[in-house]
Each structure stands twice: as structure tokens, then as C-alpha cells.
Ligand binder design. Structure first.
Ligand code: FDP
Length: 327
């Protein structure tokens, strides 16, 4: 394993070369995010010992009851970037409005879900942090998929992993806790073209669109040639479910249903950052009918259906949504 730092990997990204200082600035931001991830990892590991499991007492703007770790994770990320010369504002799941930093004219905006998969905080299940850095729009509008310059996640599982892309491929680093150092364990993160697992909350599947139910039937039908039936794997923390898809292939989807008519997941700090990373790892990200990175967020907390993972699996999902059939 080569000792390449997260900042070194990001700075060398072919997509960032050109403007002087740009690559270094974005590399520094990703390093800072990984440092925040390290601090969050410690909080997550010690939560049951420090009284930080359970609910905090409030709710976020989407109406989700906040866990104590949501609040702690948000504070750690905000503290890491509040003084940053390169970040103008932070769009977080936990804050109603974008939080301005001390440098509101800075070139980049951070979008983040500091603790993804909060339902898992009290059961020792995997959690994540999602982030993206986007070029700030001069009109103050919400950054779009095309504005993202770097994105990734930190996965708090049996080990802590930071996956990152700065627009020219993707890599993942594992935290060596003894040295507090990130080691590049996945020099090139490549999502297999196909997989044999699917990941979705089937609790509402009876309420799904008939075309989607046909897709589900297709996945669960027997066919040796296409390795069906696929296996169901659902951790219930998006970062962890996506990580499996990127390593082993497969598909994750959170579709709309009568309760969540726009889906459940939030575009700015869940869907778009992970769409960017997934595409850079050779996978695909869709809202079920179109490329997710082309979808514009109407507001900081806008939701979208999300379909992520192996390119051919996402293609098939879209075909079913169009026709109700595999072709
Ligand atoms: P959670 O509500 O626990 O924070 O971000 C939302 C998210 O988790 C994703 O991480 C996860 O994939 C999904 O919601 C789980 O939702 P369901 O409980 O509806 O399956």
C-alpha cells in the first residue's frame, strides 16, 4: 500500500489542474473533512460510554427527530469549516438555512449530512458522513451537480473509510487508528458493471409504482444466466449500502411512495455528492428516469428519488420505470 495522503490524492486529480492554487485549496478542504471524520469516528465509537446515544430532543427542518450524534457530528463539521478561507457557506441536513462562514465571498460551498443513517446510532450499526464541495454560484443560488469539484463519504463501520473523488476517478482510504492516519487502501474505487444484490426498504413496496413492483419481481425471479434471484442487502445507512455496491456491485434505490412523494433522500447533501462519487467510480446515479447530477435542487432541503450503483443495474431500473419490462 502506497502512503498517499487524501490531500495528495485530491491535489493530483487531473480534473483540478489549470488554475493556480485551486487543486491545493480543494485538497486542503478534503483533508479537513477527513480530519472532521476522524473526530466523528471517535464520538461514534464512544457514544455509549459518553451518554451520546439516543435522541437530542429536537427535530431538524425535514421533521426527523435529531439524535445526539446528529447534533455532535454537525457541530464538529461546522467547527472544522467556519473559519475556512475557502468555504463561503455550509448546507447541512441539521441547519434550516445555509450557515455562512467567516468568509462569505470564498469560492466554495460545503454540502453535508454529518451523520447519515442516524437510525443506526443506538444499535451499533454503520453510519456515515456525506460531503461535497461545489463552486459558489455568484447569484447565491443552490449549487448544482455540475458545480461539484470534490465529494465523498466517511463510513463508520468495523473500520473507518473515507472515499473521495475530485473529478478524475475515485479512491478510498482506511483510518489507521493507531497512527490517526488515513491509508490509501483502495487506490482506484471501481464499481463493477453488474452486481447480484439489491438494497431498498421493501416495507413500502406494495405502495410502489407498478413498474417498480415489476422490477422487484424481476430481481427475485430465478434465472441462472443473470444470477437471479438477487440477494437483498439493506443496512439502512445509505453510505454503507453504497459502499457495498461500489466494492461488490449491486444497486441501491429509494423510490417515491405515497408518503414520500419525492422520495426520502435530500438532493443537496445526500443524493448529489454520492451521485458524483458513484459516477467517478464508474457507476451510475439516477432519479429513476434521468441522470441525477442534472437535477436541480429547488431548495436546500429538497428531496429526490435515488437509484445508485452498478451502471447496468441502474440502466435496467430505468428501463423498467419506462416500460414495466426488462427491455
Ligand atoms: P436515516 O433516516 O436513518 O438517517 O439519510 C436517511 C437514511 O437514514 C439513509 O441513510 C438510509 O438509507 C435511509 O434513510 C433509511 O430510510 P428507511 O428507514 O426509510 O429505510
Amino acid at each position: 500500500m502506497t502512503e498517499v495522503t487524501i490531500g495528495g490524492y485530491v491535489a493530483s486529480s487531473a480534473a483540478l489542474q489549470g488554475a493556480a492554487g485551486r487543486a491545493q485549496a480543494i485538497a486542503g478542504l478534503c483533508e479537513q473533512m477527513a480530519a472532521a471524520g476522524l473526530a466523528i469516528a471517535r464520538e461514534v465509537r464512544r457514544a455509549a460510554l459518553t451518554g451520546r446515544t439516543g435522541y437530542a430532543g429536537g427535530a431538524n427542518v425535514s421533521g426527523d427527530r435529531q439524535k445526539k450524534l446528529d447534533v455532535v457530528g454537525n457541530a464538529l463539521v461546522l467547527d472544522a469549516f467556519r473559519k475556512s478561507q475557502h468555504v463561503a457557506a455550509i448546507v447541512s441536513e441539521e441547519d434550516v438555512q445555509a450557515v455562512p462562514t467567516e468568509h462569505p465571498e470564498a469560492p466554495y460551498v460545503l454540502s453535508t449530512d454529518p451523520i447519515d443513517g442516524s437510525s443506526n446510532t443506538d444499535i451499533d450499526g454503520p453510519l456515515g458522513t456525506i460531503f461535497s464541495f461545489s463552486t459558489r454560484r455568484p447569484d447565491g443560488g443552490m449549487p448544482r451537480g455540475g458545480d461539484i469539484v470534490a465529494a465523498g463519504y466517511v463510513l463508520y463501520g468495523p473500520s473507518t473509510i473515507c472515499a473521495v473523488s475530485a473529478g478524475a476517478g475515485a479512491a478510498a482510504f482506511t483510518l489507521d487508528e493507531e497512527r490517526s492516519a488515513w491509508v490509501r487502501t483502495h487506490p482506484e474505487l471501481r464499481c463493477p458493471e453488474r452486481g447480484s444484490t439489491f438494497s431498498a426498504n421493501l416495507g413500502r413496496s406494495r405502495e410502489w409504482h407498478p413498474h417498480l413492483r415489476a422490477y422487484l419481481d424481476h430481481l427475485m425471479a430465478s434465472d441462472k444466466e443473470t444470477k437471479r434471484p438477487y440477494s437483498l442487502r439493506y443496512i439502512g445507512a445509505l453510505v454503507a449500502d453504497l459502499h457495498r455496491c461500489l466494492i461488490e456491485g449491486g444497486i441501491y434505490f429509494y423510490p417515491p411512495d405515497p408518503k414520500n412523494t419525492q422520495g426520502k433522500l435530500r438532493l443537496m447533501y445526500e443524493c448529489l455528492p454520492l451521485a458524483f462519487l458513484t459516477e467517478q467510480a464508474g457507476g451510475r446515479a439516477s432519479d429513476g428516469t434521468r441522470r441525477l447530477l442534472d437535477v436541480e435542487a429547488a431548495s436546500a432541503h429538497a428531496r429526490s428519488p435515488l437509484v445508485l450503483g452498478s451502471a447496468k443495474e441502474v440502466d435496467l431500473y430505468e428501463t423498467f420505470m419506462k416500460t414495466g419490462r426488462p427491455a
